[in-house]
Write a new protein. Sequence first.
Length: 342
Amino acid sequence: MRLISRQLLKVIEYVDKRHDTIIYKFPMDSRAEIMNGSSLTVREGQVAIFMKDGRIADVFAPGRYKLHTANMPVLTSIMNWTKGFKSPFRCDVYFVDTTQFNGQKWGTVNPFTMRDREFGMIRVRGFGKYSFRVTDAKLFMQTMAGSQKEFTTDMITEHLRALILSKLTDVIAGSGFSAVDLSSKLTEFNKIALTSLQVDFNAMGLALATFIVESLSFPEEVERAIDKSSSLGVLGNQMHNYTLKAKADAMRDAANNPGMAGTVFGMGMMGNIAAGMAAVPPPPAPQPNAGGKNFCPDCGTNIKGKKFCSGCGKAVGAGGCSACGAKMKPNAKFCAECGTKA
């Protein structure tokens, strides 16, 4: 009878060179066995999982181990090593990468529908990036990977993308943002989405490290409304001046277009513009010189019983007759026009 020689493993370790492998199964052929005192090296950013007969046994954090019953309590129980680990055994060993996987992309293949408080039901497209990492290696293997020899980011990104899109409508609705808000507050929305999606990632043994909405696109009519709203917001306190200028420009254009000003439409528009600009009252015009001794000869203000004019401040009678307003020569005692005493 031919005996098959054993291949006793002295060192068990894995160095990731691809940077897209989440789970890697340590290669063992049918002769490979783990012996008492074998060395297990788990690097930073890794977790090693021992699996026996399809059952997850012991989980090893980063470090260097000499394998024996003391550091393999679950496997010791499964193997029923009542007197300690003595003979070599076969076992599957998996290395799980717990570092962060960046630059994962998400995007809508078809637009999703959201209810907006301003525009009603609208269709939205979007895309962006996210990153994740394994936080519970045992749970991740149980829920997602199973006993596959290798599990890469490509094998899970489609599932994560579908999860994100299925939750995104609920996240938008829960945020309370309108379409206009979403376009101007993407950074704030990213934080809300990150928190909301975290629960679903945790259920798989993952953590959503970052979530970024790079762009959201709406129907053309909604885009135009958003642009208009943004431009009005930029004007801010200058909106009143902007309105007056627009009305003045319209009046100028109407004056330069006789055909337009001569129509009923033109006259109606001119009336509306003039009425709007009436909110800015013109400065009061000086009253004409009414003449007579009760009025200032320079500005026409009533000066009856006053020593100085309240309109121009000139002394009453200085330079003119208080009765008829005629100019008088200096030191004149009577008006040469009406004879009134100065």
